[in-house]
Every structure is written in C-alpha cells, then in structure tokens.
Design a protein around this ligand. Sequence first.
Ligand SMILES: Cc1ncc(COP(=O)(O)O)c(C=O)c1O
Length: 447
Amino acid sequence: MKDPRADYRKHTPTSEKLWQQASKLIPGGITANVKHYNPYPIFMKKAKGSKLYDVDDNEYIDYCLCYGPLILGHGHPAVTEAIKNQLDQGGTTVFGTPNELEAKMAKKIGSHVPCAKMVRFTNSGLEATLHAIRTARAYTKREKIAKFEGHYHGAHDSVAISVTSPLDQAGPSYAPIPVSNSAGLPSHILENTVVLPFNDLPNTEKIIRKHGNELAATIVEPVARGFLTPDIDFLKGLRALTEENGIVLIFDEIMTGFRLGLGGAQEYFGVIPDMVALGKIVGGGLPAGVFAGKAEIMAVMSPVGSKYPYDHLFHSGTFSGCPTVLAAGLATINVLEKPGVYNHINWVAEEVKKCMNNVFEDYKIAAQATGLGSMFQCLFTSQKQIRNYRDTVKADAQKRVSFDLELINNGVYVRPHKPFYTSLAHTKDDLDKTFEAIKEATKTVVK
Ligand SMILES: Cc1ncc(COP(=O)(O)O)c(C=O)c1O
C-alpha cells in the first residue's frame, strides 16, 4: 500500500512545526484528545461555507464540521449576523443574569423535540449528559445507571466506561463487562455502571431486569456514534422496559439532535424518552449543551420553595444560557426550519455515500459507507450489516486511516477514522471534487 503520510507531511509542514511547538506547552499538542491523530493534526486558520484553509494555505472541503455542529457550514450569514446583532444590542458577551433568549430557546426546543417540556442550558454536551444523569438519580433516588457498549456521552466519569473497550477485556457480547475508558476513574464508578449490548433486545432485557430497581437511568445514543441505526423494535422495547422498571430513559441526541431532523431521533423513530441531552447544533457553532425532559423530572432542580440549600438538585454554570450562544443557536434552528434545507444536507450525504460504495465495488475492496441522514461512517470490512460497536471493531482501521489521509491530501477534510457530516453549504462542485478524491484515496488503499 502506498503510504499517504509522506504526501501529508509534504503538504503540511507548518502544521507539523506548530504542533511540535504546541506539544511543549499542551499535552499532546492538542486541547481535546479527539483532535489527535498520526502523524500530527492539521492546524486550520480560516473557514468559509464548506471550506477549511490550513496554515500552509491548503483548501479542504470540510466533512468534519467540528464533529457535527456546523450543519449550515462555516460562517453562515444568518448565524454571524445574529451573533453580531446580539453583541451590538446587548453590548457584552454575557450578562450573568437571566435573559429573554433563554425562554425563547426553551420554547423553540420544546416546539420541535417531543420530550423537552422543560429545559436547562449547559456549555457542552458533556455537561448535558452529566446533569441529565444526576437529574435521573435525584428523581428516582437510585444510584446505578445503564449505558450501551460503544456509546459516547462525553468525557465525564459516569459514562467514560466501555466506549472503546478492547474486546479481550470486554466479556461476552451478550453481557458486556464495564471497562474503564480513561485513566483516573475511581473504581466505584465501574460498580455503579451497567453495560448493555446495543440492538440486542433480549439480552438488554435480561440485564435491565436483573438490575431493574437499582437503575436511575438508561442512557442511549439512539443512532450510535452517529451511524449505527437502531432496530425500531429495539428502541420501542427499551422504552417499554425502562418505563416498566421506573428507569429514566435518556436519549443522548447530541449528534442526532437537529441533524436527523428538527425533532431529532425521538421524532424520527417515534420513540419518546423521558429526558434528552442536546449539544453541538443547538449552539450554532458556539459552545453549548441542553438537558431537557418531562416537567415532573426537571422540577427536581428548581430552588424555588426549597427549604434547605441542597434538597433540590444542584445544576449551575457561569456561562449557562449565554445570550451570544443562544442567538447563534436560534439563528441556526430558524434556517433549519426553512423548507428544503434538510433535503439538501441529506442529499449531499447520499451522494458521497453512493460514490464511496460504487468506487469500493469497482475496485473490489471490502468496504462500505453507512449511516442515516447527513452523518455516515466508512468502514473497511466485508461484514454487510454493521449493528453495534463490536461489528465496527472488526473493520480494518489502518486502511481507513490511509484512506482518510489520502482524502486530506486530495483536499477533502475528515478527522481520520471519525464519521463524515454534511452541511447546507456543500455544493455540486464540492461533490465533484470529493468524488475525484474518493477515487484517488481508494486507489491508494488498493495499492
Ligand atoms: C453523542 C455524544 N454525546 C456527548 C458528546 C459530548 O459533547 P461535548 O464534546 O460537547 O462535551 C458527544 C461529542 O462528540 C457526542 O457525540
């Protein structure tokens, strides 16, 4: 196989230099572990629409879009105008008091996302799932939670478990063993987290019934990692089981929220959870998160009428409900509400997937592009149906990374090994260039 790393280094010498300098001051030279890949990540300096520009002046068509939030593309005029207007009218970035946009956004979210009857804002997806889980614990007065193997809910303790488990430590597929996904996790976290097999209702049922009255919450990515589609009977069964056992069902819609449609996965599949965590798109490209749910559950955090300081759930955050962020988020949702917008974004994804699958077939390479709506993943595997984390682990990661580096060398940016996302800003011209890059990258993998 041709090694695309040599070309990558040749095109991006300034990124390599900046990364080496940053590494002396910042562990790994990156501020979030997801940004690391070999040989080193590219440093970008500018973006517009569907394009990113790096510090060596290379142009890329962006299919990472900051891991999903930029569904309208970079610097959409409606979003940048809304941010500028908010700064001009408000005269500052944040007030540190309530502001009108909070209830406006809560109403907007509630009008689209079926379970979101009451809403609180955070600054990241991590915080949204953290507080959703704490809310479920406060509401049920139970401690344990259940999560699915391979699902990611942010970098906090309760859920930094069995996300990328090595299979030799993960136990049988029908009863996964909780495996720490990070150094530094206290052991009691593992004792309080039950791990479930995604898309396997009979075994999920067995495990949930075993722990039924101890579980505060079951948290699930309805479309796992943005591309593993759930069986509809699996989601419905999970809803019924959690309801029967008094467990708060939390949909982590940080990926699917406002991407699979305005009502997210819960509307798409017609399965309504008790709570939802949102992030990414809801902030319009600024740092944001939301946790929301049934009014009686969300009521546990209201300090109003509380006798003692902490007989209610404590949720706080200096920047929660920041008006600049809310203005960007509202502007983004307003554009998404326009007719035809999702059609275009999904059409771009369909075209790229179709091209990949055709080219893989032409070159007789065992690989596939798979996913729903405007998110998809590319896996080098001969397995036809990819249903859960363990299926994805069998794919050839090395081939995928070579494919991605060669895409980058040909002007298409994706964070190696991660899913692809499309936006309103992607054009027919972008698609033509992307198709050429896919052919070149496939040839490299074949060689
Ligand atoms: C499904 C899901 N949940 C939670 C998170 C964490 O969000 P954040 O990175 O904003 O903390 C992510 C981030 O990629 C995610 O994809």
